[in-house]
Design a protein around this ligand. Structure first.
Ligand code: S3P
Length: 439
């Protein structure tokens, strides 16, 4: 897997972003297209699929459960659905690499199957909390063994799950989705209430495939025993990947960049809202719906940024975008304060600490707090920083190079391939002086 070969990035200082690019497909939607496509009746044709390690891990796991999947080729995948009860027992443990979305959503889906399965992952995934999914699944009647609340997850065969009414203890789309997927296999109704809105791609795709989902404010309900009908899915470009380019353009004078066909689902646009509050010049055009998801072209031009208190209601809507937003804060005038974001500590790395440490090395005053960070805008210097094998940390420090005083070396960047395999090529194309060195 990518995480086993050591790749570092070297970024030379300066430059700005110009041009028009389309970043790869949305990771969350790509995962769900394989999962729901596999359970549907008929063939789901997917375009714009993210050919990154995480979504490919999901794809491989469904192949291992007997689903015929053609591709991916040029972002096209054909998933020949086997129906709600057509999955076969995998012959081996299912290895999900770095992918939290794969393991958490699959745990719900597999809890409802009549066969046993074991889900494993890489070092980072093996350290991530899974009680958040095993607890509600246990209430539904699932039996799952874990390593003290962490992977591997051994999911026993179940006769029948039962519906639950569950209040999520944290704002997590992965946990919400896990419970909804298990709910399709449960007797009666499963109801999930979330403390704050999180991405709703599962709900949208279920509805698009004809499975009734009832959404009332912060509460989602699903009845067990339904079925999914195959449909075509056009995966928009991932706003989380677009973020690195949005921030890069926002911080470097002379920038004028357009990112095309980006998903702008209201549960994902915290980054646009936060950058605008900081003073960024962002315009949207060509807004339309595709496969139940809104998309637009995003144009971002350089404008001086100012530090802000980030509104807590934006945190779940920008959860994956904070490492890059911290770079924007480092380049802004004044102080930026983030609170209510403790979830960042249990992502692919502890993203609060990883960014605070790296920014400090680069000469920025960045203080981590238990649930956030305080960053005083300043002048980015040069140095060697650690990505902690986290794709988003690696790409965030890469774009910091645009405003750096000297070169930045970023260690252990192989996992960029989990979400953004052509990051280097696109970054070079629009104006970043970046190279990869293998060790
Ligand atoms: C995701 C949900 C988020 C996000 C992750 C993808 C999803 O995680 O960080 O990258 O596809 O549902 P949480 O739901 O744990 O916040």
């Amino acid at each position: 897997m990518s995480s086993e070969s050591k790749k570092n990035y070297i970024v030379q200082p300066g430059g700005y972003f110009k041009g028009s690019i389309r970043v790869p497909g949305d990771k969350s939607i790509s995962h769900r297209s394989i999962m729901l496509g596999s359970l549907a009746e008929g063939t789901t044709n997917v375009t714009g699929f993210l050919e990154g390690d995480d979504a490919l891990a999901t794809l491989a796991s469904f192949r291992a459960m007997g689903v015929q999947i053609d591709g991916p080729k040029d972002g096209k995948v054909a998933v020949h659905g086997v129906g709600m009860h057509g999955l076969k027992a995998p012959e081996k443990d299912i290895y999900l690499g770095n992918s939290g979305t794969s393991i958490r959503l699959l745990s719900g889906l597999l809890a409802g199957q009549k066969f046993e399965s074991t889900l494993t992952g890489d070092k980072s995934l093996s350290g991530r909390p899974m009680k958040r999914v095993t607890d509600p699944l246990a209430l539904m009647g699932a039996e799952i063994d874990s390593n003290e609340g962490k992977p591997p997850l051994k999911i026993k065969a179940t006769n029948k799950l039962k519906g639950i009414t569950y209040m999520l203890p944290m704002a997590s789309a992965q946990v919400k989705s896990c419970i909804l997927l298990a709910g399709m296999y449960a007797e009666g109704k499963t109801t999930v209430t979330e403390p704050a809105p999180t991405r709703d791609h599962t709900e949208r795709m279920l509805s698009g495939m004809g499975y009734k989902v009832d959404v009332q404010g912060d509460t989602v309900s699903i009845e067990g025993g339904g079925k999914l009908t195959a449909t075509d899915i056009d995966v928009p470009a991932d706003i989380s990947s677009a973020t690195f380019f949005m921030v890069g353009a926002a911080i470097s004078e002379g920038s004028d960049l357009t990112l095309t066909h980006v998903g702008i689902n209201p549960t994902r646009i915290g980054v646009i809202n936060i950058l605008r509050l900081m003073g960024a010049d962002i315009t949207l055009s060509n807004e339309k719906m595709t496969g139940g998801e809104p998309v637009a072209d995003i144009r971002i031009k350089y404008a001086p940024l100012k530090g802000i208190q980030i509104p807590e209601d934006q945190v779940p809507l920008a959860i994956d975008e904070f490492p890059a937003l911290f770079v924007a804060a480092a380049c802004a005038e004044g102080q930026t304060v983030l609170t209510g974001a403790e979830e960042l500590r249990v992502k692919e790395s502890d993203r609060i600490q990883a960014m605070a440490d790296g920014l400090t090395i680069l000469g920025i005053d960045a203080q981590s707090t238990t649930d956030g960070i305080i960053i005083n805008g300043g002048v980015i210097g040069s140095g060697e920083v650690e990505s902690h094998d986290d794709h988003r940390i690696a790409m965030s420090f890469a774009i910091a190079g645009l405003q750096a005083g000297g070169s930045i070396q970023i260690n252990d960047c192989a996992n960029v391939a989990t979400s953004f395999p052509n990051f280097i090529t696109l970054a070079q194309q629009v104006g970043l002086d970046i190279d990869e060195i293998d060790e």
